[in-house]
Write a protein that binds this ligand. Structure first.
Ligand code: NAD
Ligand code: UGA
Length: 342
């Protein structure tokens, strides 16, 4: 019998902004609000009294994941939800009078970016970002925070990645994320540009409402439902897993911090292997985890590891939630969600 760890609910995990700068905008645009991180970010901003214009192309009426993510936002005062595709919609009206734009919309998965879906990655991660940046600079929005990715570093050998390291993206997705952040920074570097940019390189984010394609979601649901989880490789690959409310805190801090035109890692600097994650899932659920081994997927790197010093210096940020505590909260959420769905 395995040692069981007790699940914690999200309310035990402190306020999303604890530990980070409490400065915040008055009116903000959040793109990707029907997504995992965007829905958490929008909720935290609303709870701090910020008016949020949330934009996403997924419609809650037609997409059950969007519906679940947006459900936490709809009764919040100050939330204006717009269903629109950033590739085609008029962007300027969305950004009118905004103090900050948080641009999180995009196509996120590493592995599906090979092959026919690449066009969608280019369109949503690069072309849509160009439209946002053009509108933001024309309207002189003071700050744009863009969601970049640890994947831009590529295969690193496991040593901590610094923002000044030479990026070597190892997947088509990572190439588009590097292009996305550099595109925003190129706009911001023009002498006549009044919009400053902070590009945040998020490191494998987890917590309640995590995307269903991601490993922690899959291993916890496999344990809860007695299903098999497929492990790509030998499980020794390591990730600098970062809890979603910590990511939200860094993101909000980036809107007002004196950190203009910079790139900042959002990861705590602690890495964990997938085999260790499987063990934590087993101990938290008290259930066996059935694993089927499959080949390593193209574009997956052996390790991600953040050097968090820039985030500490520019954002006064450090993470509060460790992997076990955060996985317990995610498990708690999954269990109650399953219960509600039954
Ligand atoms: P997600 O898929 O849950 O959310 C992204 C949202 O963007 C979706 O709801 C999608 O509908 C929306 N979107 C995509 N293209 C759009 C368009 N053209 N117009 C309007 N809406 C559009 O993904 P997530 O995990 O919440 O990731 C959010 C952002 O953070 C992404 O940019 C991703 O690349 C980045 N990121 C995520 C992680 C992670 O671990 N989840 C790590 C690093 C970077
Ligand atoms: C995650 C996000 O999905 C990306 O959007 C983000 O850009 C990236 O983090 C980042 O940090 O920048 P990834 O690290 O691949 O990407 O996160 P997972 O999808 O959770 O995969 C983690 C590891 O688990 C990978 O080695 C993957 O191959 C493995 N995995 C995933 C499995 O073995 N089985 C699965 O079913 C899913």
């Amino acid at each position: 019998m395995s040692e069981a760890l007790s699940p914690l609910s999200d309310e035990h995990l402190g306020t999303p902004l604890s530990g980070a700068s409490l400065g915040r905008p008055r009116r903000a645009v959040v793109t990707g609000t029907a997504g995992f991180i965007g829905s958490h970010l929008a909720l935290a901003l609303l709870q701090y009294g910020v008016t949020v214009i949330g934009v996403d192309r997924r419609d809650a009426g037609a997409d059950h994941i969007a519906a679940a993510n947006l459900a936490v936002l709809h009764d919040q005062p100050g939330f204006i939800s717009i269903t629109a595709d950033l590739l085609t919609c008029a962007v300027e009206p969305l950004l009118l009078d905004a103090d900050a734009v948080f641009h999180l919309a995009g196509i996120p998965g590493v592995r599906p970016s090979w092959g026919p879906q690449f066009g969608d990655y280019v369109a949503c991660n690069i072309l849509a970002t160009q439209r946002i940046m053009e509108a933001a600079t024309r309207l002189r929005v003071p700050r744009l925070v863009v969601a970049s990715s640890s994947s831009v570093y590529g295969a690193t050998g496991g040593t901590p990645s610094r923002e000044t390291d030479h990026p070597r993206p190892a997947s088509p997705y990572a190439v588009t994320k590097l292009a996305e952040e550099q595109l925003c920074l190129a706009h911001a570097a023009r002498p006549d540009c009044a919009t400053s940019v902070v590009a945040l390189r998020y490191f494998t984010v987890f917590g309640p409402r995590q995307r269903e394609d991601m490993f922690i979601h899959r291993v916890l649901t496999a344990a809860l439902e007695g299903r098999v989880v497929r492990l790509f490789g030998d499980g020794n690959q390591r990730r600098d897993f970062t809890y979603v409310t910590d990511v939200v805190a860094a993101t909000i801090a980036a809107a007002t911090a004196p950190a203009g035109n910079s790139v900042i890692n959002v990861g705590g600097g602690t890495t964990t292997s997938l085999n260790e994650v499987i063990d934590i899932a087993r101990r938290l659920t008290g259930e066996p985890v059935l694993v089927e081994t499959a080949s390593t997927r193209n574009g997956d790197v052996p390790a991600t590891h953040a050097d968090p010093r820039t985030a500490r210096r520019l954002l006064s940020w450090h993470p509060h939630i460790d992997l076990i505590t955060g996985m317990a909260a995610q498990l708690d959420w999954l269990a109650s969600h399953q219960h509600a769905a039954a």
